[in-house]
Design a binder for this molecule. Structure first.
Ligand code: GLC
Length: 548
């Protein structure tokens, strides 16, 4: 296929989506609930071999579980940017031995040398590209990518004399073309050549999430069922489910181990990783075979999901009521009756958060560890929390309320702030180590990243607020193409093209396409969304304001 499918009017769109739904191969979806709807208790520790394994997947057209408001299907005039975006996305394709295996991170300068020799494909950057191709009915490249990265996972990974865990997935890989010898070679980076030498914790999680998206979209179970994919999943899971000294179910991380890949004070238990961790566990659960090896993981996943959702929904959640409670915390409380479990000193609450917190709305804060709460807003973590149903339906609504209430701060003139607010002056010096790229309101430090548009749009559709996504898309359409698809924007309002932003940044392009296609056909949401699991209701009553 050459380009996106566009429909001219709402009637056509409705008809189109409906007929598409009807035409999709059906795998017992009438009789069997989707695996999204199965509760963990059903999958509980005594899990039997999944009856009708094939029934857990409903291909792309799956639509139940959320009500797509009719307003989501207004007229979708093909915007001229869409065709341009597809052209650019296709130009970013990277081939290995004749097959497309990914998309280059940025296609900034058309220099031959760069195009031929430096074709870096980042795992996380490829996700929106992959979704765009899946939504457009082109799954082959996604399959190639999944297999290629799986192969790379098998490499021995060393930093100096230390060998990294077997399951680590690369942050990126590149293809070296040797025109003389007519050979292609792969080179992968697992953190050993990345700035700061941090391994990407998010790569493995994105890989699992993408494998599910591929399976869900194509109905092709055979890939996930292969021995290689099963092993790949188990290796990733073994890394993040391993036992250690932890007293929390959250995953302890080094700074810079995710999309924010430089020191930004996100070490500890960053929301970005916890949300992806949760989502990857939920995606892996129905894909794992219940053979001798898989079964053990299923049991561990189920336990971890329970603990993780309890912890996150209770301790990471912040709204007006919760903030007020923390503000009045007593400190130095011992024993299990403690309310202020992590001994957070109220004086450590930054001033900005009191003004920022609306009476309506809430969000998962950036990090929680002993005596430390990072109150910053992180977009990716909050949207992934919505998509994975880590947040309760009420919390999801509250997150969307916050976006509306704090539109100027979080969206401004260009969606979307990666984190809010920026850190400045002394704090910037201490936290970033004087990073000149991460100065206030730039790059990872309060910069605005158009790629986040697809996550915002998916969250909007899931929560029944497509109008928010439409408003954001309009902002993007005013500038992104004209500005040459920058990687990020700077400034409090996101008005300026980023200081060192690359142009023709692939995930800015793909993120836009995914957002457009999802709004056009909200059934695509099923690829990246999981329904609420009834077995994971919050049990603690520390702050109940989200249930009001
Ligand atoms: C920057 C971003 C990172 C991204 C990479 C490639 O390092 O921080 O998230 O994967 O660029 O675009």
């Amino acid at each position: 296929m050459d380009g996106p499918r566009e429909a001219g009017s709402s009637v056509e769109v409705d008809d189109l989506s409906l007929s598409r739904l009807l035409n999709k191969p059906k795998l017992n979806i009438e009789r069997q609930r989707s695996f999204d709807e199965r509760s963990l208790s059903e999958l509980s520790i005594n899990v039997r071999a999944l009856e009708g394994y094939d029934s857990i997947y409903s291909p792309g057209g799956y639509r139940s579980g959320f009500d797509t408001p009719s307003t989501a299907r207004n007229s979708f005039e093909p915007h001229p940017m869409v065709a341009e975006a597809w052209d650019s996305l296709r130009r970013s394709l990277v081939h290995f031995r004749g097959q497309p295996v990914g998309t280059i991170a940025a296609n900034d300068h058309g220099s031959e040398e760069i195009l031929n020799y430096d074709q870096v494909v980042f795992v996380r950057d490829f996700v929106p590209s992959a979704l765009a191709f899946l939504m457009n009915g082109e799954p082959e490249i996604v399959k190639n990518f999944l297999l290629k990265t799986l192969h790379l996972q098998g490499w021995e990974k060393k930093i100096d004399r230390f060998t990294l865990g077997e399951g680590v997935m690369p942050a990126s890989f590149k293809v070296l073309h040797d025109p003389a010898r007519k050979t292609d070679t792969l080179i992968a980076d697992f953190g050993e050549s990345a700035i700061g030498r941090v391994a990407p914790v998010d790569s493995g999680f994105w890989w699992i999430i993408l494998l599910r998206a591929y399976t869900k979209s194509t109905g092709d179970l055979s890939l996930a069922e292969t021995h290689e994919c099963q092993k790949g999943m188990r290796l990733i899971l073994a890394l993040c489910l391993s036992e250690g000294f932890d007293t929390f179910p959250t995953l302890l991380c080094a700074d810079g181990c995710s999309m924010i890949d430089r020191r930004m004070g996100i070490y500890g238990y960053p929301i970005e990783i916890q949300a992806l961790f949760f989502m990857a566990l939920r995606c892996a659960l129905p894909m794992l075979k219940h053979d001798a090896e898989g079964k053990e993981f299923v049991e561990r996943i189920v336990k971890r999901l329970h603990a993780l959702s309890y912890h996150m929904r209770g301790y990471f959640w912040l709204d007006f009521q919760q903030l007020n409670d923390i503000y009045r915390y007593k400190t130095e409380e011992y024993s299990h009756t403690a309310v202020n479990k992590f001994n957070v000193i109220p004086d450590s609450i930054p001033d900005w958060v009191f003004d920022f917190m609306p009476t309506r709305g809430g969000y998962f804060i950036g990090n929680v560890s002993p005596a430390r709460m990072d109150f910053r807003w992180f977009a990716l973590g909050n949207f992934v929390a919505i998509l994975s149903s880590l947040s309760t339906p009420e919390q999801s609504m509250a997150i969307m309320d916050l976006i509306e209430e704090r539109w100027e701060e979080l969206v401004g003139e260009m969606p979307l702030k990666i984190t809010y607010p920026a850190i400045e002056n002394h704090e910037w010096r201490i936290v970033t180590g004087c990073d000149p790229k991460n100065t206030r309101w730039s790059y990872h430090n309060g910069g605005s990243w158009p790629v986040l548009l697809w996550l915002l749009t998916a969250a909007c559709i899931k929560t029944g607020r497509p109008q928010i996504a439409r408003r954001a898309i309009e902002l993007v359409e005013n500038r992104l193409l004209k500005d040459g698809w920058p990687e990020y924007y700077d400034g409090k309002l996101g008005r300026y093209i980023g200081k060192q932003a690359r142009k023709f940044q692939t995930w800015s392009i793909a993120g836009y396409l995914v957002a457009k296609m999802m709004l056009e056909d909200p059934s695509h949401l099923g690829m990246v969304s999981l329904e609420e699991d009834k077995a994971m209701k919050p049990l603690i009553k520390r702050s109940n304001s989200w249930t009001c």
